[in-house]
Design a protein. Structure first.
Ligand code: ZN
Ligand code: ZN
Length: 331
């Protein structure tokens, strides 16, 4: 898209994009060999960086990586990751449940600490993605350049990270007027830089104090906690979030009818906190649970369930069996 391009008509602030059965699906690669090759490329793309991180962990274990760093990194990943999945995505974008003021602000802050941009911008981009998924106007479709192997490779890069560099920004007035009108959200937006700073600094502070008390030296402990708990944790979470836009619109299972190429990708379920059940999500965008079938791990749904039990989330839109059945692909 170039600056000034007019978007095709679509619902504006909709949080429940209805099906349009009349619209044909995008063409898919026809050759099996080519599809396998593309899957292999994708698998390499997912696995190699993760192996590199794991390998550096093994090499550095004992002096450049302590089990304390792992605990800190996982804890911050869990909190900021669910800030995105439960907060930015299921709550602010899709209204899967209702929450009081305190919970609303806490979710906005936790999501901002993932450093994926301020909440209003994130929500506007994502609502636009649902309004135009895999069509002109979608900010990040891997099918943007076509369906040949080369076009898909280029499209995957665009959907994964390239789109973030687009000069054109999503119109927040059109896609997120509710959040623009919310004074609390506005304040968290303004303090995004502080959330980012805390997210970077807090793991180092925790690691430094913890390591100092344990007699491991506060400075060295703070440094390794910063590397693993701040830098590596943020990088991994960014790639996992972006993988939902790239990989989960390119390959995987499609048990539900949608008007796009969204797919369920089980290897990403745990690390994406349930967001990789992306085909169901596009079939039923407001549902609070995305992993609706047996053994489909969805920790974000668990968190929402916990918030509901604590009285912090109400009117939760749990998936309804009849709604799901109506959207299942006939076998
Ligand atoms: Zn999607
Ligand atoms: Zn969504």
């Amino acid at each position: 898209m170039t600056a000034g391009t007019t978007l095709p008509d679509a619902p504006t602030t909709t949080v429940d994009v209805e099906e349009d059965a009349s619209r044909p699906l995008q063409a898919v690669p026809k050759s099996r060999a080519r599809a396998r090759f593309e899957q292999l490329m994708l698998a390499t793309f997912i696995v190699v960086p993760l192996l590199a991180v794991l390998a550096s962990g093994v090499v550095l274990w004992g002096y450049g990586l302590h089990w304390r760093d792992v605990v800190i990194a996982v804890a911050f990943y869990w909190v900021t990751g669910h800030g995105i999945t439960v907060g930015f995505h299921r709550y602010f974008t899709h209204g899967s449940f209702k929450a009081g003021r305190g919970t609303r602000v806490a979710l906005a802050v936790a999501g901002s600490m993932a450093i994926e941009g301020p909440v209003t911008r994130w929500v506007a981009d994502h609502r636009r993605h649902h309004a135009y998924s895999d069509r002109d106007g979608d900010p990040h479709s891997p099918w943007r350049y076509g369906t040949s192997t080369g076009a898909l490779a280029k499209g995957l890069w665009h959907a994964h990270v390239g789109w973030l560099f687009d000069v054109e920004q999503t119109d927040q007035q059109r896609f997120a007027p509710d959040l623009l009108a919310d004074r609390d959200v506005h304040r968290v937006n303004k303090l995004f830089w502080l959330c980012a700073l805390v997210s970077l600094a807090l793991p180092a502070v925790v690691g430094g104090v913890w390591g100092g008390l344990a007699g491991d030296g506060w400075l060295a402990s703070a440094a390794t906690a910063f590397f693993w708990g701040s830098l590596v944790r943020i990088a991994v979470l960014h790639h996992v979030t972006w993988s939902i836009n790239s990989i989960c619109h390119a390959v995987g299972e499609r048990p539900f009818q949608t008007r796009d190429r969204s797919a369920n990708v089980w290897p990403l379920a745990i690390i994406s906190m349930g967001e990789s059940w992306h085909n169901l999500h596009h079939a039923d965008p407001t549902a609070a649970r995305h992993g609706v079938d047996r053994f489909q791990v969805d920790t974000s749904a668990r968190v929402i369930w916990g918030l509901e039990r604590l009285g912090l989330a109400t009117d939760v839109r749990w998936p309804k069996p009849e709604r799901l059945d109506a959207r299942r692909v006939a076998r």
